[in-house]
Design a protein. Structure first.
Length: 426
């Protein structure tokens, strides 16, 4: 298992002994246990129905499985047609994931998974599967959907070699492999820059290539702006842009805030202030100091506008988990910036109104993902382990919101029609 980061190690020391082993195994993020109520009391008085598998998970799995099946059966023309139809229609799942991306992900999953597993095990990966994809591409040189599958396979494998650490932490050979795979992906996609300029999936791929460009800071905002304007209802490019505009990548806090405001202004008809929150969401998740630069009132207005326009419970759970877990208070020695701590506390406090006004059911895997943070363990725990972990995490944080009422004997029940408060049965 990789060594804990200094921040996570310091956070770990603040946890109760019963939780430290679970954190070391990747099951919790850098925050102390929120609720002091007993598990039995929470189970009896906090009635929050959990969905073992949400509609969003079912939809995503179905599209990924379709892509994987068609690729395994070598039905490339059917796969290409399905990706192009979804791309043209900007088809999305109920929580907003682009269907074209999911189909393409499933189609390359076997190839990428084999390389990722080998690297995680410390073995030399075989690139025979990637070579087979290249042969398919040679047979269909004018098919941009097939080109996307192969290009993204190279991008994914490049990241597998590089890892997610800071640039100076990456070994020279890993950096070289990262650059080589990204350069190959760029050559593959270059033939389609002009002929298929209106395809959101191609614009997204060009954004993905920014990570390996010599001076991406010169055009990162313009590249993402082109994609966002093609598909403004898709929040993923906004989130990715915010991350890439952090100082650790290609921008600055000032540029990040400027682009968040510009994106919100261009998409007011769809999101209200929501795009401002979308652009900041991943940036806040990976950089605690970013909170010192966010306009908290504008960000929270953005969260409200997102939840008023998108009532899907997967999205509600994701934003609730973000506020609860990702924005959990950090000790002063971990985050000495007073403004950043204050901003995080305000965002963390939004959990109360999200639960009261919007949460109707629990999606445990969403909370498990938030607890794990950006660096998921490899291999992943079983689905059942993730479900149990996510449900426990969610109920502990939500119980903290209603702790006083629960202590007084009130039953807090989440229903399809909203939150209900009832007396505990005698």
């Amino acid at each position: 298992m990789p060594a804990l980061s200094p921040v996570l190690r310091a956070v770990l020391d603040t946890l109760p002994l019963s939780l430290r082993g679970r954190v070391r195994n990747g099951s919790a993020r850098g925050a102390s246990q929120p609720a002091s109520l007993s598990p039995e009391q929470i189970a009896e008085q906090l009635l929050l129905p959990a969905r073992p598998k949400s509609a969003e998970e079912i939809q995503r799995a179905a599209h990924e499985d379709q892509g994987r099946f068609l690729a395994r059966q070598e039905r490339w023309s059917e796969l290409s047609a399905a990706i192009m139809r979804a791309d043209t229609a900007c088809a999305r799942t109920s929580a907003g994931a682009p269907v074209a991306d999911l189909l393409a992900f499933g189609a390359r999953a076997d190839v990428v998974g084999a390389v990722t597993d080998a690297l995680a095990d410390g073995s030399a990966p075989s690139l025979l599967g990637l070579a087979a994809l290249e042969e398919i591409l040679n047979e269909t040189p004018n098919d941009y959907a097939i080109a996307l599958i192969v290009a993204h396979a190279h991008i994914d494998i490049g990241w597998a070699f590089r890892g997610t650490g800071w640039r100076e932490e990456i070994p020279a050979l890993a950096r070289a492999a990262f650059r080589a795979h990204f350069q190959r992906a760029e050559r593959i996609l270059s033939a389609f820059d002009e002929s298929s300029a209106d395809a959101p999936s191609l614009a997204a791929a060009r954004c993905a290539l920014l990570a390996a460009k010599p001076r991406p800071q010169d055009h990162v905002a313009d590249t993402y702006e082109a994609l966002i304007d093609l598909d403004p209802a898709n929040p993923r490019p906004m989130r990715a842009m915010g991350n890439h505009l952090l100082p650790r990548w290609f921008g600055s806090y000032r540029q990040l805030d400027l682009e968040a405001r510009r994106t919100a202004a261009r998409t007011t008809h769809l999101w209200g202030a929501g795009a401002y929150a979308w652009v900041y969401l991943d940036a806040l998740a990976v950089d605690p100091f970013c909170a010192a630069h966010v306009d908290v009132d504008y960000f929270i207005d953005g969260l409200r506008d997102i939840l008023e326009r998108s009532t899907d419970q997967h999205g509600v759970n994701a934003l609730a988990a973000f506020c609860a877990v990702t924005m959990a208070p950090l000790a002063e020695n971990l985050l000495p910036d007073t403004a950043a701590r204050a901003a995080r506390a305000e965002v963390h406090g939004a959990l109360e109104w999200i639960c009261t006004d919007h949460l109707r059911e629990l999606h445990p895997l969403v909370w498990a993902e938030a607890s794990a943070g950006p660096n998921l363990p490899h291999p992943l725990p079983s689905r059942e382990a993730l479900r149990v972990r996510g449900e426990a995490t969610a109920k502990a944080w939500i119980a903290k919101v209603f702790e006083q009422e629960l202590r007084e004997g009130t039953v807090i029940a989440f229903t399809p029609r909203g939150l209900r408060r009832m007396e505990k049965p005698a």
